[in-house]
Design a binder for this molecule. Structure first.
Ligand code: DGJ
Length: 539
């Protein structure tokens, strides 16, 4: 009897643990003004770095990389999983590299975001296994408008989808089996920078047949339901044709390269959604897709088109409801412009890649403070460039101390962020009982740096923990404050520099006299990094 009771108790406990782990899976939740990524039940912010494409293909090569990533205060590594190495022979799966990644990430107290380098990587099917690449009869390719086959698997061939999906499901099943309790892997990217080249659509036989068909009802239903929320540039194309609710692609959207791109976007989106849905069915981690941002005045097909780009975002939202996030890869200028485009319609900002260059540290503060960003991740984080550019590690060292405050105060809209460049005007915003003005610290003219022709961007974020109490985090900034109340002036009760240990504030210097300009501003010199605890009063 006792044995039976003990056995039942163990089974119940294991079952509960399994369900509890299932319940505590990494997931996205909408909380007030923001969407948060919860990992083991707590808001998580990816202070990340994406590995160069080939780095994770060798466990040995990764060994000296881990300590460098730890030294940069990363909490997350974004790493590829390669279809060609996962399934070298059809139906035979090798999880060695993934198991090594899981082991080493855990050993280094880091989380992982995995990239599924499956059918497409930077538009091309270069990571498809040899048995797919060499069988062009079974696995159809995209063709250009001259009928020339490309090294791109066409999304119109169900055999391509079946092979890609089977491998992805195997990956997700393995993650559930080996990481379903620990949740080392927190999100998965499906494919990489899907984008149509060298023409705006494929001209393979299946694509041509689909192009003559009616626009799928699912897309038309979405357009009608979301009519008021469509991105303006996309809505204009549909409305120019009379906002038709049925017809072929060219009847509904007109005869143009833009229509070719919308057509391809639908089939890329529905293909990738099928992969994502199948993967989530076995292990429902948050999943996203990323896009190579297009440059202005370049025609679809001359840039990798039809991926999850802002101007076809509605097509992706309609065709891929199981994909949680549409993410930008930042290699273009105009960081703020693209962040604004990607956060339309409350699409959370998740940056899986950003060029490692001057100012990447300031952009990190800005992204987390202004856009409630979920992930910030310079590309090729392990590369030699990291030694040349401003230390992202300093930014992450400070951000890792205040993410608990971001998680607590973002839902109530009590966080602001700002990016400060030589040519940018002062940033003015209201927070708590005060109106703040943020300027680049070099604007004071006090620093040697202010004489330079080029200024490294400054940036920061500010968290209101009370209407008159704030934490300011950043680099190269000067902040002044005025009470919202008319006729009042702001005074500085105290400004303390310091740091958090286990969420406990440990003040350092009292920043008075010259350090807060005799009670007139909060300042962090260009090239320096600090957290300052500020208490204001109005008189
Ligand atoms: C964006 C891609 O997603 C990465 O895999 C890599 O190819 C970089 N571009 C290189 O800049």
């Amino acid at each position: 009897m006792l044995h039976k009771f003990l056995l039942l108790s163990c089974l119940f406990f294991l079952g509960f643990r399994g369900a509890q782990a299932q319940n505590n899976l990494p997931r996205l939740v909408k909380t007030g003004a923001s969407t948060q990524l919860l990992v083991d039940g707590k808001p998580y912010f990816v202070l990340g770095g994406e590995l160069g494409n080939s780095t994770a293909s060798s466990t040995a090569y990764m060994q000296p990389v881990w300590p460098r990533l730890r030294a940069q205060h990363l909490n997350t590594v974004i790493a590829p999983v390669y279809w060609e190495l996962l399934e070298p022979q059809e139906g035979r799966f090798d999880f060695t590299l993934i198991d090594d990644l899981l082991r080493d990430a855990r050993k280094n107290q880091m989380k992982l975001v995995l990239l599924w380098f499956g059918a497409w990587k930077n538009s091309v099917s270069c990571y498809a296994p040899a048995w797919v690449k060499t069988d062009r009869k079974c696995f159809l390719r995209v063709q250009d408008d001259q009928g020339v086959p490309q090294e791109i698997m066409t999304p119109f061939d169900p055999r391509n989808l079946d092979a890609d999906r089977k491998a992805f499901v195997q990956l997700m099943q393995h993650l559930k089996a080996t990481d379903g309790q620990e949740h080392t892997v927190i999100t998965v990217q499906a494919e990489n920078e899907i984008g149509m080249l060298p023409t705006a659509r494929s001209y393979d036989e299946k694509a041509n047949a689909a192009f003559k068909q009616q626009v799928p009802a699912a897309l038309l239903t979405y357009l009608q339901r979301e009519k008021k929320n469509l991105k303006p540039e996309f809505a204009a194309i549909w409305q120019r044709q009379g906002a038709k609710t049925k017809g072929t692609w060219e009847e509904v959207f007109g005869k143009s390269l833009a229509t070719d791109e919308i057509f391809m976007a639908w089939f890329f989106a529905t293909y990738t959604n099928a992969i994502t849905a199948a993967g989530k069915a076995v292990y429902p981690l948050p999943m996203y897709v990323n896009a190579a941002l297009n440059r202005p005045n370049v025609a679809p097909g001359k840039y990798p088109s039809a991926g999850p780009l802002p101007h076809v975002m509605d097509v992706w939202l309609a065709g891929a409801p199981d994909i949680d996030l549409l993410a930008p890869d930042f290699y273009n200028p105009n960081f703020e412009h693209w962040c604004d485009l990607y956060t339309r319609g409350n699409n959370p900002l998740f940056i899986p890649e950003i060029r490692f260059e001057d100012g990447v540290d300031a952009k990190a503060f800005f992204a987390f403070g202004h856009y409630n960003c979920l992930s910030f991740s310079p590309f090729a984080i392990e590369g030699s460039d990291t030694l040349k550019s401003p230390p992202i590690g300093k930014a992450y060292e400070l951000l890792s101390q205040v993410t608990f405050l971001l998680g607590k105060y973002q839902p109530a809209g009590q966080v602001r962020g700002f990016l400060l460049q030589k040519d940018s005007a002062a940033r003015v915003f209201t927070l708590g009982d005060y109106r703040f003005t943020a300027r680049h610290e070099f604007a004071l003219g006090w620093s040697m740096g202010s004489k330079k022709a080029e200024w490294s961007p400054g940036g920061g974020l500010i968290i209101a923990v009370a209407p008159d109490e704030f934490y300011v985090v950043g680099t190269g900034l000067v902040l002044t404050a005025e009470p919202n109340a008319k006729g009042k002036r702001a005074g500085y009760l105290s400004v303390d520099e310091g740091h958090f240990e286990n969420e406990k504030w440990l003040p350092g210097r009292r920043m008075n006299g010259d350090q807060d300009h005799q009670g007139r501003h909060v300042r962090v010199a260009g090239g320096e990094y600090s957290i300052q605890h500020v208490k204001l009063y109005a008189y």
